[in-house]
Ligand binder design. Structure first.
Ligand SMILES: NC(=O)C1=CN([C@@H]2O[C@H](COP(=O)(O)OP(=O)(O)OC[C@H]3O[C@@H](n4cnc5c(N)ncnc54)[C@H](OP(=O)(O)O)[C@@H]3O)[C@@H](O)[C@H]2O)C=CC1
Ligand SMILES: Nc1nc(=O)c2c([nH]1)NC[C@@H]1CN(c3ccc(C(=O)N[C@@H](CCC(=O)O)C(=O)O)cc3)C=[N+]21
Length: 281
């Protein structure tokens, strides 16, 4: 049986580290990091996520604001709101919750966030820095995965890593971060021969959004398996992209869903906001 990677507990540790640094910043410099979250429309999943973020921000001692707009807000008005947050000196981090309504060009909105305040790590400047191997704000989910690997003593150097999914917010930055740690990286998508590629993986990261797409018997014995997928079933329960029971028979370590990568995403958002406030990247 695989070791269960307790993302919930590790995330709590990351938040505790941030909390200590925030207390020191307040005492030494009178500086309180501030995080602004922009939410548009009534996506129920977004609402849950934003609530989790608010709780975490309070816990670590940040100021936080949620700016909620009706789904009918115009693109120009949303752009104006983002610019206002860019100019607000108490705001060190800005997160525009995705997805945005269809009449809004999400890429344009993301590019309008000041790169120094881009705590999601989605701005083209942040993506460019990552791709060039320069310091910068990193996307929270893959950054959280890297921390999980570290915590279970899994050093990617020289290992075969397979990332399933190539989105700009998870799969692609994940592959680049593993590459930066000297893994030999394969990126898979709809046209890939998944059973063949997955069988090669010493480290498998799956970020697809298809319930239990990855079958247990594809997994290389001893692999470390990280399941980013979050799929809600009809009964309200969450399942990942990996068939968990069968996979845990072969993996050496595996993340559960929920309680794996999800809490790490929020914890790394807190870290990024602290970094943005101190200019520490
Ligand atoms: N835990 C967390 O903190 C977070 C969880 N998530 C979850 O992670 C999952 C992925 O999110 P995201 O990256 O935004 O998703 P996207 O929909 O943007 O990307 C999905 C990727 O999976 C690939 N894919 C889809 N179906 C298949 C298939 N049948 N075989 C192989 N590849 C496939 C797509 O390939 P192609 O490019 O060829 O279309 C695409 O590259 C979702 O479940 C999401 O809810 C996301 C963000 C944070
Ligand atoms: N600009 C932007 N940045 C994001 O980082 C972003 C986004 N938009 N849009 C949506 C996705 C999704 N995402 C999650 C984060 C935490 C959990 C999380 O904490 N999950 C808990 C379970 C929560 C539950 O029970 O529903 C867990 O896995 O244990 C889930 C999903 C961030 N995203």
């Amino acid at each position: 049986m695989a070791q269960l990677i307790d993302g919930k507990a590790i995330a709590a540790r990351v938040r505790a580290e941030v909390q200590v640094e925030v207390a020191r910043l307040k005492a030494d410099r009178g500086l309180i990091p501030g995080l602004a979250v922009v939410r548009v429309g009534e996506d129920p999943a977004s609402k849950i996520y934003v609530t989790g973020k608010k709780k975490a921000a309070e816990e670590v001692g940040f100021r936080s604001w949620e700016h909620h707009f009706d789904a009918s807000i115009s693109q120009d008005e949303l752009l104006a709101q983002v610019r206002r947050l860019n100019d607000a000196s108490a705001v060190h981090g800005i997160l525009v919750q995705l997805p945005l309504p269809k009449h809004i060009d999400a890429e344009l909105i993301i590019s309008t966030v000041k790169p120094e305040k881009d705590v999601d790590g989605f701005h083209p400047i942040s993506a460019g820095n990552l791709s060039l191997g320069r310091p910068g704000l990193r996307p929270c989910t893959p950054a959280g995965v890297m921390r999980l690997l570290e915590e279970v003593g899994c050093n990617p150097s020289g290992k075969r890593a397979v990332v399933v999914g190539r989105s700009n917010i998870v799969g692609k930055p994940m592959a680049l971060m593993l590459l930066q740690k000297d893994a030999t990286v394969t990126i898979c998508h709809r046209k890939s021969d998944l059973p063949r590629e997955v069988a090669q993986a010493d480290i498998l990261v799956v970020a697809v959004g298809v319930p239990e797409l990855i079958q247990g018997d594809w997994i290389k014995p001893g692999a470390v398996v990280i399941d980013v997928g979050m799929n809600r079933k009809a009964d309200g329960k969450l399942v990942g992209d990996v068939a968990f029971q069968a996979a845990s028979q072969r993996a050496s370590a595996i993340t559960p869903v929920p309680g794996g990568v999800g809490p790490m995403t929020i914890a790394m958002l807190m870290r990024n906001t602290l970094l943005a406030a101190t200019g520490g990247v």
